[in-house]
Design a protein around this ligand. Structure first.
Ligand SMILES: [Zn+2]
Length: 234
């Protein structure tokens, strides 16, 4: 086999593997982001559950303030009952006192119900916090795996690139230029197998004469359809 052709076949194999590796490396950041989504969703659920607890606690404080105020008001009005001179005023004041007592009783009941609601909300929040903890651990574990994988792929890529460089140096300059041009313009495949009488790259059938020449592997021959460098393999 022509030495240059042999070098190009090997170079093409290296470039093929390099291209696959580059694709795998480029995909990893996205894979990590996808893994992170579950963790992010768990955090959002925890934020919502925490917000619910805070909201209920705020409501409880508000009702406690109302209760205190109603208590003070009740004492004040009860204290004044003795100062009242007429029956009519007394009846009205007593009605107000009763109203306040009713209000206090309602508030006390609402506060108790609110405390139950807070307990439930706290339970839910704690469950969500546990989910976040698990999701984070899972995410970090997977992320680390992907990063280790990335590291291994990068090492392999660096080895292949060095091998590629060494091999390129062995190919005659104008032929290397042709190869590189084809690699770029023909979707990463510059050197095509034509063992089955058709070009691996564009599937055009070779003329009998071209096929006979390609079969000998003794000259650089290119495809009439796509211009790729052709070779034959037993
Ligand atoms: Zn072709």
């Amino acid at each position: 086999m022509l030495q240059d052709l042999d070098q190009l076949i090997q170079l093409q194999a290296l470039d093929g593997e390099i291209s696959v590796l580059e694709g795998a490396i480029a995909a990893i950041p996205n894979q990590i982001r996808t893994l992170e989504q579950q963790f992010v969703r768990a955090k959002a659920a925890l934020d919502a559950a925490t917000g619910e607890v805070e909201q209920l606690q705020k409501l409880r404080r508000q009702k406690e303030r109302e209760l205190e105020e109603a208590g003070r008001e009740l004492k004040k009005r009860q204290g004044r009952l003795f100062e009242i001179k007429t029956n009519q005023e007394y009846t009205a004041a007593l009605k107000e006192v009763e109203g306040l007592k009713q209000k206090i009783s309602t508030l006390e009941e609402e506060i108790l119900i609110g405390l139950d609601a807070i307990d439930d909300a706290v339970k839910i929040r704690d469950q969500e916090a546990e989910k976040v903890r698990l999701a984070e651990a899972e995410f970090l574990k997977n992320k680390q795996q992907r990063e280790e994988e990335l590291h291994a792929l990068q090492n392999r890529l660096s080895i292949l690139r060095k091998a590629r460089e060494r091999r390129s140096a062995n190919v005659e300059a104008s032929l290397l230029q042709l190869y590189l041009r084809l690699l770029k313009s023909r979707d990463g495949l510059a050197v095509a197998n034509a063992t089955g009488r058709s070009c691996e790259g564009c599937h055009v059938t070779l003329t009998p004469q071209l096929y006979n020449e390609v079969r000998r592997n003794e000259a650089i021959r290119t495809c009439e359809g796509c211009g790729r460098i052709l070779y034959w393999k037993e």
